[in-house]
Design a protein around this ligand. Structure first.
Ligand SMILES: Nc1ncnc2c1ncn2[C@@H]1O[C@H](COP(=O)(O)OP(=O)(O)O)[C@@H](O)[C@H]1O
Ligand SMILES: [Mg+2]
Length: 354
């Protein structure tokens, strides 16, 4: 059942198309990320949902009612924008209560709901403090409590964690997800961080130049990116250009001198395929899909990344750190992967399907 529907949404500034016929359907309780490079129209889309920016055309509806033309305050949405700072002269509790006061909720109910919201973000003990007495992560949790306390039909987050350092950001991602699941508020989050989008979301809408390139679950988008743009933007990928043909027994991808087995039926012709670095295994020369020589080897703590020159080009391989040494520069190695690890790519960035 669709809860939030965005239909052929467009935004133009003069001749410049910033959001281009964007359509997504979101179910009640879902956490959806709008992911894409800087300038691709994520914030503009979120601002149109919030009501701060008027669409040039298209519709946004919540439970079947169009929001277009309704002023932001009447939409009653919970918003955490990067730029939405807390009121410095108000305590944490006053900040959180502010929205309830505006809605003329009585004092007793205000106190109760404010405390519940602060408990939810684990800041119950900090109610009397001022924002300047809190860490960056705590301030963002106050902003989240302030957005959630009004029990909004929709929570909108614009890069809510991007001012936090890497470790805190990682912890806050898990916390944000846990809080959202607890309250069940349908949430749209803007991020340019692909790892963050994959970690938190039920579904990810990948945007490029204002258009949705892909809208799918994190595993769907990652395992089967479907386009060169998605394969490149989300995670790392080896891209193999070749000729799909029938070798008498099965479908194969011919890349240079190599014939690579394909698991799934695929039309013959010129195509590009992606191969994720962590799907490749290092084996003895002659025992894998291709042979090669190690050109570079870098240690990243939890994994190694190994570059191997082969007849089909240089391939990136990612190997989990199991404690030992994996390979050294100059080693002759074989590279092996299951046929299903080769995923077909459409070359057009805006095409959703291969
Ligand atoms: N008010 C505006 N007037 C003109 N151009 C704008 C305006 N707001 C945003 N843009 C342009 O729209 C594009 C998308 O911006 P934005 O939605 O902020 O991208 P993102 O959030 O994905 O980084 C950018 O090229 C930006 O310069
Ligand atoms: Mg933005």
């Amino acid at each position: 059942m669709t809860y939030l529907r965005i239909e052929r949404l467009n935004k133009q500034y003069g001749e410049t198309v910033v959001v281009d016929s964007l359509s997504i359907d979101v179910a009640r309780g879902e956490f959806v990320s709008l992911l894409g490079p800087s300038g691709c129209g994520k914030t503009t889309t979120l601002q149109m949902i919030a009501g701060f920016v008027e669409p040039t055309s298209g519709d946004i509806s919540l439970e079947g009612r169009s929001l277009v033309g309704t002023p932001p305050a009447e939409r009653g949405l919970g918003i955490v924008f990067q730029s939405y700072a807390l009121f410095a002269h108000m305590t944490v509790a006053e900040n959180v209560e502010f929205g309830l006061q505006m809605r003329r909720v009585d004092r007793a109910a205000r106190k109760r709901r404010c405390l519940a919201a602060l408990e939810l973000v684990q800041l119950g003990r900090h109610a009397a403090k001022y924002p300047r007495e809190l860490s960056g992560g705590q301030r963002q949790r106050v902003a989240l409590a302030r957005a959630l306390v009004i029990e909004p039909p929709l929570l909108l987050l614009d890069e809510p964690l991007s001012n936090l350092d890497a470790k805190l950001r990682h912890d806050m991602q898990a916390e944000l997800r846990a809080i959202q699941q607890k309250v069940g508020t349908t949430t749209i989050m803007v991020t340019h961080d692909q790892a963050e989008a994959l970690a938190i979301s039920d579904r990810v809408a990948l945007l490029n130049q204002g258009a949705v390139v892909r809208f799918d679950t994190p595993t769907g988008v990652y395992d089967d990116p479907g386009s060169l743009f998605a394969a490149d933007f989300i995670g790392r990928a080896n891209v193999l250009h070749g000729q799909v043909m029938h070798d008498g027994v099965q479908r194969v991808l011919r890349v240079g001198p190599a014939s690579l087995q394909l698991d799934e039926p695929h039309p013959c012709g010129e195509y590009a395929f992606s191969l994720r670095p962590e799907r490749i295994e290092l084996v003895a020369s002659g025992a894998g899909c291709v042979d090669g020589r190690v050109r570079a080897c870098a240690f990243h703590g939890n994994c190694w990344s190994v570059n191997v020159s082969t007849d089909i080009g240089e391939l990136q391989v990612q190997l989990a750190n199991g404690g030992g040494h994996v390979a050294k520069v100059g080693d002759a190695v074989g590279l092996d992967w299951p046929g299903g690890a080769l995923r077909p790519l459409a070359l057009h960035t805006t095409s959703a399907q291969p």
